[in-house]
Design a protein around this ligand. Structure first.
Ligand SMILES: [Zn+2]
Length: 415
């Protein structure tokens, strides 16, 4: 039987379509609340009849590193993507979402090259090119974002007229429809083309704005659960995980609970001596104001050293960990050449920013700040619509990483 090898894992040829869904910001708390509220009948059935666990996600618990971990089956030390930005040797902030920075082949491209039919759909276009890296779009394979659904072409995406196919207009960038469109398109393509593999990656806009149990959050989860059920009815193995969780990062008064680290370091070591990079930063300003639970500090001016920075910050209230480059790379399997001199990680209720002047918080006034990036948001659901074999269950009991989702979805049927 034909198999695929990637990053030390052997993947069987899927006997039936496999649909892996990355519920962006899908903290286990939403599933727990939804099960209690009885609004997730399909997820409840998967948990009862299939396989369910909490897995370790990639730290920093951001969208890009985790999506790349999921589709390569490997940690960032292997695939190279450890955030949205890093500082290069010239001291320039480099966007890390380019496919040229992804150092691994993807499971999707490897299967496509072996003749499988592959569909990759993401809500945010920033992920599309990395998800579709080396994916041959001339043979019925598809890669697009719901953000730019109406711009799809055969040459760039392997598909055109997507809104007509899905029966929905191109959704607003800040809406639950941006995620629902991804799932509805996946369902349509599963029905029409019966692809072997689907990777469906949502957006976390709802989870940034709405806590578990909130009516909007529950409406969103009720609707995605309905989509999961329809994927299963069409004969797919449905595998659910998340890129990261989500926690409330506000003060009792409802203001963002922020440590502006650049201001603290500037005061201690002098203006411009250090450079704080917030690797959560992206174009989606309304979600989080570029405030997350993990930042990197580069020593630039010769005063601060990793040790003096760590001494200054480690006892600040709200800081969980401050680690040197070596320590953080070893602990979280990160690529050293894209790491700062110090990594600073917040606790469950705190975000870390650069300078106060760098963050526009005016878009956050409509809701309490909820965000991610820290270790506390790296616990994610890991659910299969069918059971896993005994040896996979035993492996999972010892350790389970979310980047093993394709391995479990494809290989754990037991034969
Ligand atoms: Zn995310």
């Amino acid at each position: 039987m034909k198999t695929i090898e990637l990053n030390g894992v052997t993947y069987r040829w899927p006997a039936q379509p496999v649909a892996v869904v990355c519920i962006d910001g899908g903290d286990p708390a939403y599933i727990e609340q939804g099960l209690q509220d009885g609004i997730l009948p399909n997820v409840a059935r998967f948990i009862r009849d299939g396989f369910s666990a909490i897995a370790d996600g990639t730290v920093p618990s951001f969208t890009c590193p985790n999506n790349m971990s999921l589709i390569t089956g490997a940690p960032p030390a292997v695939h190279g993507i450890s955030g949205n930005f890093y500082l290069n040797e010239q001291g320039e902030a480099v966007v890390m979402t380019g496919p040229e920075l992804l150092r691994s082949r993807t499971i999707l491209a490897a299967f496509a090259d072996a003749g499988a039919r592959v569909v990759s759909i993401t809500a945010k276009d920033k992920l599309r090119k990395q998800l579709g890296k080396d994916l041959d779009l001339t043979r019925g394979n598809v890669s697009f974002s719901s953000e730019y659904a109406s711009r799809c072409s055969l040459a760039e995406n392997g598909i055109e007229n997507v809104p007509e196919l899905v029966g929905m207009p191109q959704p607003d960038m800040y809406s639950m429809d941006l995620s629902l469109f991804v799932l509805e398109a996946g369902i349509k393509l599963l029905e029409r083309d019966r692809p072997d593999l689907l990777f469906l990656s949502l957006t976390d806009y709802i989870q940034h704005k709405h806590a578990p149990g909130d009516p909007v959050a529950n409406e969103f989860y009720r609707r995605i659960d309905d989509c999961f059920g329809r994927l299963a009815v069409l004969g797919a193995v449905v595998a659910l995980t998340a890129d990261h969780g989500m926690n409330d990062k506000s003060t009792a008064a409802g203001r963002p609970n922020v440590i502006f680290l650049q201001d603290i370091l500037d005061e201690e070591f002098g203006l411009g001596d250090t450079r704080v990079i917030c690797p959560i930063t992206d174009a989606f300003v309304r979600h989080h104001g570029a405030l997350g639970g993990f930042v990197r500090v580069w020593c630039r001016g010769g005063h601060a050293t990793p040790e003096t920075i760590i001494d200054r910050v480690k006892s600040l209230p709200g800081i969980a960990l401050a680690l040197t480059k070596d320590e953080v790379c070893r602990q979280f399997d990160l690529p050293p050449d894209r790491e700062g001199d110090v990594a600073v990680i917040g606790d469950i209720g705190t975000v870390i920013g650069a300078a106060a002047a760098d963050h526009d918080l005016s878009n956050l006034a409509d809701a309490r700040l909820r965000s991610h990036g820290a270790i506390t948001e790296a616990r994610v659901p890991f659910i299969l619509s069918r059971p896993a074999s005994a040896d996979f269950c035993q492996r999972a009991a010892r350790s389970l990483h979310s980047y093993q989702i394709f391995d479990y979805a494809i290989n754990s049927t037991g034969q």
